[in-house]
Design a protein around this ligand. Sequence first.
Ligand code: ZN
Length: 107
Amino acid sequence: MSLSQRLAKLFGGEREDADVLRVYVRCRRCGEAISTRISLRNELSIRYDESGQVSGYHVRKVLIGSKRRCYQPIEVHLTFDAQKHLLEREIGGGEFITAEEYAAETG
Ligand SMILES: [Zn+2]
């Protein structure tokens, strides 16, 4: 999401989504599609640079599917810049999928 879109959301009334990032993943072992909400306001940890300035944020989250009795943990690690724009995402135990792929599977 671009900064202007974020600002539009912030000031345009869709406040509940402006601070929430939805993440969609697929379990590598059983193929279950899982989604989670990450609050950009409450769940991010601050990263500082050497001079003590905020250089960005990061969050680590472990997702576990439940529908297929697989229980493999899927670890998601997201890195953000100081304006909370997503810079980098890593995943272990699964893969990232799009909202459309998630919706197609879960109805
Ligand atoms: Zn699984």
